[in-house]
Write a protein of this length. Sequence first.
Length: 181
Amino acid sequence: MSEYKLQTPLTEKDVLQLRAGDKVLLSGLVYTARDAAHKRMLEALAKGGELPFPVKGSVIYYVGPTPAPLGRPIGSAGPTTSYRMDTYAPTLYKLGLKATIGKGKRSPEVIEALKTYKGVYFGATGGAGALLSQCVKQAKIIAYEDLGPEAVRVLHVQDFPLLVINDAFGGELYAKPQLIL
């Protein structure tokens, strides 16, 4: 298993070097979106509209952060369960999305989309939202403000700690045998 420092937007070359189990420190712009935002984005696309951010090379973090405390750009920002976005993810990967961040397993359809469109799925540590929020240097709502915590935000992150759960070759961290001590 290797360790990488990556900068968004991600390229195909970035994604193709990664394998399930690799550690990544991600810096740059990351977009947030959960169920309701994904539904709106795909409805907009179906009507010929556009996404609220440039999808090519982008990373979407499945998170609904808590309100920002005084002096901080964001509150607790832990990952939400990813399978709720599995209906929408293949379309976004087809449009050029390079990565998603969340927790839990992905559907066979998402895993196939990762292989077909050269994408990756990162896991962020569940239960560590307050710690993860320390890597967020700026946060701004860019779409669907009425959704509150589920609004689409752009985050500027620095050294955001991630694990590669599913790679672009069909590898899956959850499927690897683990050493038991």
